[in-house]
Design a protein around this ligand. Structure first.
Ligand code: AMP
Ligand code: MG
Length: 415
């Protein structure tokens, strides 16, 4: 059986990022969660012009460099420069302009004296303290960013801070990678969709919804292809259709070694390259990974196929562990697509049979000292999905490790 890290390496090697042919232009309003495809630059300097960092007086340093409370310099106030106003007058020797924070510096002035170090009398200002240096309290044009320099690189995920940068740079449209399309197929003649009456012996298809939610959260577009009965022809048609519309295909069920498990044989039949069909992971041992290369995909990338176990817990655990990083890497992200790991102190004793890498679900709880892992209460059977609710992390016991004692540290995969 393939070790988890080897399975991961094979998958991530096949999950090649989107390229230039998979891009679209979106309005900034719709860009949150998207990934920058074409590096962004701005025509604007930041700050756009010299401006004041304080409320006070724009002055010429040479006029005020020697002054003190006993020996103030007296300057004529020739103009007031509130926010949003372009100064009309140049500052000549022994002149000053009243200026407010963020306002544009008038020509001729090179330094700002903060209001607290001045006193005004009529149209004159007394400078009571010499500024520390030439240019004090002036934010220089281009000090933070110079027009034309890289602003956001390709592969940057757009969240609130990046959206702020783009808005300030007046980039109201942005070129992003297309979202990764993920087809989802539920196999099993016993399955019924959640909105249909449940007959004796049937099982509700929760995987379709769970996987669609996970894909959406990971930034992909779920294409819900519905339930397919355990019938090789029906499975073949569903997978063939999926290869035409998706970048990644997820099926659940039908990958064990039971009499009705047809996925692997259909994949071989359709010309897919099956990389492995069992991984030493618990839950989730029957896990098929295959690639289709004769696809419609641009730039020679293959369609990734994950045949997940049908068991709802196994399906989600294997999707968290393998599918989400592959999807994020495929989406063009330059960083942050790898699984996130933490070390946490376990609040409960954890157990494993030591034969497969074991994933126990629960919560990672940050504390001011050290993060802690709280094991979900109830049965950790892969058939029990009820106690999966509120899971935000999986504690991992490597092969050969049979227990983690209460209070000991454990490696945790968190989302
Ligand atoms: P299988 O991998 O097809 O042998 O399925 C293993 C177990 O998971 C069986 O009890 C199935 O009924 C159940 N199962 C399979 N597919 C789903 C699904 N889409 N939603 C919920 N349970 C499922
Ligand atoms: Mg089945």
């Amino acid at each position: 059986m393939l070790p988890v890290n080897e399975a991961e390496a094979i998958i991530l090697n096949e999950a090649q990022p989107m390229g230039v042919s998979d891009t679209e232009i979106v309005d900034l309003w719709e860009a949150v969660g998207r990934v920058v495809a074409v590096p962004v630059t701005s025509r604007l300097d930041f700050p756009h012009w010299d401006n004041s960092a304080m409320d006070g007086y724009a002055v010429r340093y040479a006029d005020v460099s020697q002054c003190s409370a006993e020996n103030p310099t007296i300057l004529d106030i020739i103009e007031e420069i509130p926010a949003g106003y372009a100064p009309q007058m140049a500052i000549a020797p022994r002149q000053a302009a009243r200026i407010l924070t963020g306002s544009m510096m008038p020509s001729g002035a090179d330094t700002v004296v903060m209001q607290e170090n001045t006193r005004t009398e009529g149209s004159q200002v007394y400078i009571l303290t010499a500024p520390s240096q030439l240019g004090a309290f002036v934010r220089r044009q281009g000090e933070y960013y110079q027009a034309g320099a890289p602003l956001l690189d390709r592969g940057t995920l757009l969240s609130a801070p990046e959206i702020a940068v783009l808005a300030a740079a007046q980039c109201v449209q942005v070129s992003v990678f297309s979202k990764v399309r993920v087809a989802i197929i539920s196999t099993g003649s016993e399955l019924v969709s959640p909105d249909r009456p449940l007959q004796p012996g049937q099982i509700v298809d929760s995987n379709q919804y769970a996987l669609a939610a996970l894909i959406e959260q990971a930034g992909g577009v779920p294409l819900m292809l519905g339930i397919v009965p355990d019938n090789p022809q029906a499975i073949r048609e569903a997978i063939a259709e999926a290869t035409q519309i998706a970048d990644i295909i997820l099926s659940s069920g039908g990958v064990s070694v039971g009499d009705y498990d047809y996925v692997d044989s259909v994949l071989a039949d359709l010309g897919a390259k099956v990389h492995f069909h069992q991984v030493a992971i618990k839950p989730g041992k029957p896990l098929t990974f295959a690639t289709f290369s004769q696809s419609m995909q641009p730039e020679g990338r293959s369609v990734l196929y994950f045949g997940l176990p049908g068991n709802p817990v196994s399906a989600l655990v294997t999707a968290w562990r393998f599918v989400v990083p592959a999807l994020k890497k495929r989406s063009g992200l330059a960083a942050g697509w790898q699984p996130k790991w933490a070390i946490a102190r376990s609040r409960q004793p954890l157990k494993s049979d030591g034969r497969r890498e074991t994933y126990l679900w629960g919560q990672l709880i940050p504390t001011p000292q050290e993060s802690e892992f709280e094991l979900a209460t109830g049965s950790h059977s892969s058939g029990n999905l009820i106690n999966l609710a509120r899971t935000n992390a999986l504690a991992v016991l490597p092969v050969g490790e049979t227990q983690v004692k209460l209070g000991e540290r454990v490696k945790v995969l968190y989302f």
